[in-house]
Write a protein that binds this ligand. Structure first.
Ligand code: URA
Length: 441
């Protein structure tokens, strides 16, 4: 099957056969498709779309391009989690030890930050010594001992996605529900959990800005999971404002430790609980949402969740002393505030702009492979709804040099609105059930 015929078929709006999709993924892997041909087909898919059946075949081919981890030998309930990404989204670092302490094993391969969004691996690596590059036998050993492990993707997980994602990133072909679905689900299914809960973010700081697009993506992801025999649910959560009070790697780890110690900000806790409830129900550790919430709250209050984080840090080579004393985490050399210019109420903080400012400070990367600064980032001193006086700090900028902080300042300033209308849309917006129905969260 010639690449040019497959590209032409999709360009003209045809439905690709499973043989054509198989030939494409094989060609990407063995290098017989040139990058320009792969990119042309990706663009045709962005413009013409794919049916659910084509998306399922593409996912299957990408999944089969690599290894599938077998967690069945652990003999415990395993539920995976994925977020489509946002600003200040540290839910995985709180959730994994929390649900592990409640009896559900969470095996998670995470990503790095790209663009204005942060990545779990970068956050964890701000813990001195913490290793995210475990091989699969070591990953399984940590899961057996601790009940949770957060690592980077091993090279043999969905290798076709690595090639495709690299090209999509530089050819404006990320924004496609079929391509995003196949990319995410090929990797999540390869992790081998019995069930999956997805946090599909929606808003200015997310891939999907509109609620309807987030629902469509969630339904596509859920359908693929179900077709592979992995019950999958999605929770749609808002990403118009940063999640929690901290944005940036070490700053977010500090906030995770505070949250696991029972002092987390309300918005972060709302998302942790919304996802955690679904994890505990799918993992068979609670019979209804109220029981799941009570179990999580008890586990936080007893200190068992924080203790689980400590055990995970030890098992992955990190310094457990940071859990008791977060001041051991990296600290920025320059800390300056962005202050209110007038008395009023903070009515908005734009997540995308806060994310961009945090990248300018050094907390994120503009392009793959850039180093990140563990200490850099932003702390929200006055959250939306809070009344401030002129001169009072709203944001705290943490950077390595005065020049970096000066570059981030105007972007951070633009993120703030005082005395505008306050968007009261609930943070946890909806849930997509394993059958694809949209229900209240
Ligand atoms: N995350 C992924 O892993 N893949 C995409 O295509 C988009 C977000």
């Amino acid at each position: 099957m010639r690449a040019v015929d497959i590209i032409r078929a999709k360009r003209d709006g045809e439905v690709l056969t499973p043989e054509a999709i198989g030939a494409f993924v094989r060609g990407v892997l063995d290098g017989t498709w040139a990058d320009y041909q792969t990119s042309a087909l990706l663009m045709a898919i962005v413009l013409r779309g794919m049916t659910p059946a084509e998306t399922a075949v593409l996912t299957e081919a990408m999944l089969a391009s690599g290894r599938r981890v077998d967690l069945s030998g652990l003999g415990v309930p395993t539920v995976g989690k994925h977020s489509t990404g946002g600003v200040g989204d540290k839910v995985s670092v709180v959730l994994a030890p929390l649900v592990a302490a409640c009896g559900v094993t969470m095996a998670k391969m995470s990503g790095r930050g790209l663009g204005h969004t942060g990545g779990t691996l970068d956050k964890l690596e701000s813990i001195p010594g913490f290793r995210v590059d475990l091989d699969v036998p070591r990953f399984l050993a940590v899961l057996r001992d601790v009940g949770c492990a957060l690592i980077g993707q091993t090279a043999d997980i969905a290798p076709a996605d690595k090639v495709l994602y690299g090209l999509r990133d530089v050819t404006a072909t990320i924004e496609s529900i079929p391509l995003i679905s196949a990319s995410i689900m090929s990797k999540k299914l390869a992790e081998g959990s019995q069930a999956l809960v997805l946090d599909v973010k929606c808003g200015r700081g997310a891939f999907m800005h509109a609620f309807d697009d987030a629902v469509a993506l969630a339904q596509s992801l859920v359908a693929i999971g179900g077709a592979h025999g992995v019950p999958t649910e999605a929770v749609i959560t808002g990403m118009d404002r940063p999640l929690g009070r901290a944005v940036g790697n070490a700053l977010e780890i500090r906030e995770c430790i505070e949250t696991l110690a029972g002092h987390g900000p309300a918005d972060l806790m709302a998302v942790v609980e919304a996802i955690g409830v679904r994890v505990l129900l799918l993992g068979g550790r609670a019979s209804d949402p109220d029981a799941a919430r009570a179990l999580m709250r008890g586990t936080l209050a007893s200190g068992a969740a924080l203790e689980r984080l400590r055990r995970m840090v030890v098992a992955q080579g990190g310094d457990p002393a940071v859990v008791d004393d977060p001041s051991r985490l990296a600290v920025a050399l320059v800390v300056e505030t962005v202050d209110a210019e007038a008395d009023g109420v903070v009515s908005d903080l734009d997540a995308a702009l806060v994310g961009q400012a945090s990248v300018l400070l050094g907390a994120g990367r503009e392009k793959k492979g850039d180093p990140v600064d563990a200490a850099a980032g932003i702390v929200i001193r006055a959250a939306v709804g809070q009344r401030v006086r002129r001169g009072q700090a709203i944001l705290e900028l943490h950077g390595p040099t005065p020049a970096r902080v000066a570059a981030a300042r105007p972007v951070a300033r633009r993120a703030i609105t005082i005395d505008g209308p306050i968007d009261e849309t609930p943070l946890v917006r909806a849930r997509v059930t394993t059958e694809g129905a949209i229900v209240a969260p």
